[in-house]
Design a protein around this ligand. Structure first.
Ligand code: WQD
Length: 343
């Protein structure tokens, strides 16, 4: 396969930077565009330390039509787009819905206009298990009916999927894949890259590691009276490098399969759920650290339980996630120690 130029939006972010590594290691040329709203382009130095490849970031706010159009006019040939750039905090989206609708929806629309104008053949969309809402049955398959989106964040992903499906139905020259992530966590084994939001982390695993290292006095467990085995929410935690590789496999599927559907959907989870308490216990067990946490009221926007049936991704993408919650916790802790310059 000749070297394809892949545009990665949000490439300085958590999943984006890890996907850069996997794409480079699989022979792709990558272009980074990120407005650094919640990321630091210093992460690209970490990508270079792992891959040897220097990448410059294009600081563009893709939610602004003129800036987006100008960027595409000057960037040269693009063989595919992997679209990560979006606001992603469930809790924050409840407090600031318009920030999420403006950014997440407008960015996607501007990118899809470029796909049409420049006949870009492949487009991969960062979707989310949150599109399932509170599912009626578990595990969820790609055919599980989507319920009410429990947060504006989740709704921007439901809207995004529908926009892409409608565009895919008429843009015959392009093919699309929607990747529904479950809960990304962990870090590259090198410790050179990891979750490093500019804004205060709200996801469980970085909150755990920041609490353990002393950046936070304590952490809250949001809700302990849910109808689950220990009263805390259940999620499907997927190691970020397993997740990153799924993007490369999805791209290869589009490039190599003429008969691939115009728009396809894949669940990216390990296929089992872990409760918040089980995650905390796993962290304590694998690191030997103590953790100061206390039970707190439920968080608005949270679903009770969601985890994946990943059969379709296994069969059609050849994707076999291998890392456990224990490995997630160890790699996340290693990253926290490195970025806090403790090791
Ligand atoms: C997980 C559980 C919290 C912090 C994630 C991503 C989102 C999307 C969907 C991919 C919940 C609990 C958390 C804390 C806690 N992923 N928690 N104390 O909300 O499932 O959303 O998956 O697109 O981008 O954020 O992840 O890590 O915020 O919460 O008790 O300090 O941990 O209540 O039950 P969530 P999360």
């Amino acid at each position: 396969m000749s070297e394809k130029r892949i545009l990665v939006t949000g490439a300085c972010g958590y999943i984006g930077s890890h996907t850069l590594v996997d794409l480079i290691e699989n022979g792709f040329e990558v272009i980074s565009v990120d407005n650094l709203d919640n990321a630091d382009d210093a992460i690209l130095e970490g990508v270079k330390m792992i891959t040897g490849v220097h990448i410059d970031n294009h600081n563009v706010d893709l939610s602004h039509e003129e800036a987006s159009d100008l960027f595409f006019e000057g960037i040269g040939q693009i063989d595919g787009i992997i679209h990560f750039a979006a606001h992603k905090s469930v809790g924050e989206s409840v407090e600031q819905p318009l920030k999420y609708y403006q950014n997440n929806v407008n960015s996607l629309i501007n990118l899809l206009r470029a796909v049409k104008k420049y006949q870009i053949p492949y487009f991969i969309f960062s979707s989310s298990c949150s599109v399932y809402g509170n599912p009626e049955s578990l595990p969820v398959t790609e055919d599980t009916a989507l319920q009410y989106a429990e947060s504006p964040y989740a709704y921007t992903k439901q809207i995004g999927e529908r926009i892409i499906q409608d565009v895919a139905a008429i843009e015959q020259q392009s093919k699309f894949i929607l990747l529904r992530y479950f809960n990304p966590a962990g870090a590259h084994e090198s410790g050179h890259i990891g979750e490093q939001p500019i804004n205060k982390a709200s996801n469980l695993v970085p909150v755990i590691t920041e609490t353990a290292i002393g950046k936070r006095d304590k952490m809250m467990v949001f809700g302990f009276d849910y109808p689950t085995r220990d009263g805390t929410c259940i999620r499907d935690y997927i190691h970020v490098m397993d997740l990153a590789h799924a993007h490369t496999l999805a791209l290869v599927r589009l490039i190599e399969n003429e008969d691939a559907p115009s728009c396809d959907i894949f669940n990216l989870g390990i296929g089992e759920g872990a409760t918040v308490k089980e995650c905390i216990d796993a962290f304590i067990r694998v690191t030997g650290r103590t953790l100061n946490y206390e039970m707190a009221p439920r968080r608005a926007g949270d679903v009770v339980a969601v985890y994946a049936d990943n059969t379709k991704a296994r069969n059609l993408l050849g994707w076999f996630p291998s890392k456990s919650v224990d490995e997630i916790m160890l790699s996340a802790w290693n990253w926290e120690l490195k970025r806090s310059k403790v090791i």
